[in-house]
Unconditional design. Structure first.
Length: 270
């Protein structure tokens, strides 16, 4: 149950911890936090994807360290047994990256969910929003890092010859095939050798919900990647890779989301 719908959340607002993980591409000149301050779902706590990632690296959105994650989540007042609902107001479905982060750092996958359709669908369905900042009381969150859920560049390079896992790229087909330049400076065009392409946008409806499971399975089959529990997802900076990981978890309940954290920001450096 990686996804929950709007009506379910409305009925359970006071039984869960709600996280607003809205994040926007720099080119949009939008601020997720400023938008959160103006309008968010009641009880939602803002999660800053940039600030809550590794800070001593030039690569965006890299996983932070255990000590920092414990401090971040404890300051949000979240406990290990809390059921968490994450949403966003973003075109890139950034809530999925937050979902991945929680699972990577040991939160029970059965307790971490993404709101299908996010804030856009919530507002379109005339559900109420507030603008007051949610007050939190610090917890003592315990972290259990799952290092097997992340791959680094060395592992990606080694896999090209040994083929232990499939690699699926969430970027657009034009970027994957090098037909258009990368949006970030200093990156060449192209893709990881032997990887496959499934643009994350192919899995999302116009109302920002995920397409149904049958269509998701069909999309994954079309990649020609061998579908099993050893799939690693990549993208530009590790955000939309998490969209594919969540989608795949909908059709394979045993799958644990595994991401190449550096993604093309690392692999595509000139």
């Amino acid at each position: 149950m990686s996804l929950v719908n709007i009506n379910w959340l409305e009925k359970n607002l006071n039984k869960v911890k709600i996280i607003d993980c809205s994040w926007h591409m720099p080119s949009t000149k939008r601020s997720g936090f400023e938008e959160y301050q103006k309008s968010h779902i009641k009880n939602a706590i803002f999660f800053d994807l940039d600030k809550n990632s590794k800070i001593d690296t030039e690569l965006p959105h890299m996983l932070t360290d255990i000590k920092s994650w414990k401090k971040i989540v404890s300051s949000m007042g979240i406990r290990n047994d809390d059921q968490i609902i994450i949403y966003d107001n973003s075109d890139v479905i950034s809530s999925c990256r937050c979902w991945y982060n929680f699972i990577y750092f040991g939160h029970d996958p059965g307790l971490v969910h993404v709101l299908d359709g996010g804030l856009k669908k919530w507002i379109n369905e005339k559900k109420p929003t507030v603008n007051d900042l949610t007050k939190t009381t610090n917890s003592d969150y315990i972290v259990d890092e799952k290092k097997e859920l992340v791959k680094d560049k060395e592992q990606i390079d080694e896999n090209i010859s040994v083929n232990k896992f499939g690699v699926i790229d969430a970027r657009s087909r034009e970027r994957f095939e090098g037909k258009i330049p990368e949006p970030r400076k200093g990156l060449r065009s192209g893709y990881i050798e032997n990887s496959f392409c499934l643009p994350f946008s192919d899995l999302i409806n116009k109302d920002h919900t995920f397409i149904n499971k049958e269509k998701i399975l069909e999309k994954f089959k079309l990649t020609k990647c061998k579908l099993n529990e050893s799939i690693v997802f990549t993208c530009g900076s590790g955000v939309t890779a998490s969209v594919l990981a969540l989608a795949y978890s909908l059709i394979d309940i045993k799958y644990m989301p595994t991401i190449y954290d550096g993604s093309w920001c690392e692999y595509g450096k000139n």
